[in-house]
Write a protein that binds this ligand. Sequence first.
Ligand code: N01
Length: 544
Amino acid sequence: MGEGWDARIGYDVLVIGAGFAGLHLLAELRKSGFACHAFETGGGVGGTWYWNRYPGARCDIESLDYCYLHDRDLHREWTWSERFAGQPEILRYAEYFAGRAGLFPFITFGTRVVAATFDEPSSTWLVRTEHGGEVRCRFLVTAVGCLSAAQIPDIPGIQRFRGERFHTGQWPHEPVSFAGKRVGVLGTGSSGIQVIPRIAEEAAEVVVFQRTANFSVPARNRPLTEAELAGEPEKYDERVALASTTRFGHVVAGTGQSILDSEPVERRAALERRWADGGTGIVATFTDTGRDLAANALLADFFRDKIRQTVADAGTAELLAPRGHPIGTKRLCVDDGYFETFNRDHVRLVDLRAEPIEEITEDGVRTTRENYPLDVLVFATGYDAFTGALTRMDITGRDGVRLADRWVDGPGTYLGLAVSGFPNLFTITGPGSTMNLSNMLRAIEHHVAWIRDLLVRLRSAGVRTAEAEQAAQDDWVAQVADAASRTLYHHADSYYLGANIEGKARVFMPYAGGLDRYRRICDSVALDGYRGFRLSHVDEPVAP
Ligand code: N01
């Protein structure tokens, strides 16, 4: 039990989730001497990488950037095999980390947390699991991921379908065979764009139901070379420095030029170089494409031309060419042969804007135009992003207020780390932090260190509760909105704005001001004695 707190409480800290965030926090808390434990819904560690086992699942950030950097030895010990690691390798890395830090005995697997209630007289959280277990703790930290609450659309007849049905984010552990089958895929975001080419390699027929065409760039994945791996130890310090000095947490080099000021020939040459190199870095080639619609349109034209050059059938190419949202305002996808897949005879694209789905039948999908008989339906339909994993739990703070109710008009947080009215609750990569607008691993490492330092400080100061002040939270919510208003994000109906979930408030949820700026703000809050938090001490009287 951690020193300074009452041993009768239960745990000092409970962590919900054992993905990259939960594992790292658990390891840090244990090193700092806290009595802590984690609950995890899955049967193993890894979070996103435990659940997303669909064929083709692969990270869109380079392996050497998408890994922990807080431990130099760990970075030296692990050897990545490819430029963009696949799901099995990333999962092995998470398992290796958990084993190396001796975390397995401190995680209860296969156990979903369904409720957490703040008990005001004792200033503790009472946490309830799906199996009816109850555990008490002083501090509760959510590490539930921001893209983990899978979303299956409520299409009429969906329950009647007699074939197999999968969501990419809840993929089964046993192999799924598509051989000889007619497979329908709904959704053409990052998951759909990765899974469709792999399914097409095996299936007899593939029908892709597309509502919104998406921008995608080839990954150009390849094995990492001996030279790259050998040079890595020397690059370690630079990578650590970049985590706090760059917008994304790793370097995304551009030309430093405006696309509007560039000559057509040099513009094309710069973009062709990036296209040939692969990965999302192409959107950072020019300085103005993320904030100016005319500049953005030039970049979007380049992408649409690439689709026309790749897809043989002109009509299909036009349907696949994204329109109606600026490039980058929905997450840029990274693919391996996505557009080429539509040149295969057994792959068909259905434009749901022209023929919406009327219903799912026992043996397929019926649109306003046609019946599509199917053996398998794959939902690559995304997530109730950023808030869903939190609001699907019944979290109740002071005065019996539920988090889901508190956030009905959009998620209010202080720094994405705490919520007023919910004392002693901290959220790793919560709404209002940079989340997936930055490298998630860099954001996680920052949050974990920040929360650990705060807890150590609270313990040594004998603090009973720490709670975000409403005024500080309101100010932060305004800063999040202001940062978003300087971007083009409002021009797309994206999950960043909650637009993919019917009835969800349309509020831009991530902090778009950059991880470097965000870190400076959080660090100044800490240096300033945790400005914006109200602290009550162990010897203060507790409200009745
Ligand atoms: O989900 P999405 P995702 N009828 O929300 C469509 C990360 N990730 O799982 O755009 C028909 O992006 C929806 O259409 P629309 C990454 O951060 C990373 O693909 O709403 N279609 C859209 O096409 C990513 O951004 C990696 O019109 C429906 C799709 O489903 C995030 O996770 C890999 C529909 C959902 O796309 C989420 O990606 C995978 C309906 N009723 C994921 N409802 C990598 O690292 C939804 N759609 C590479």
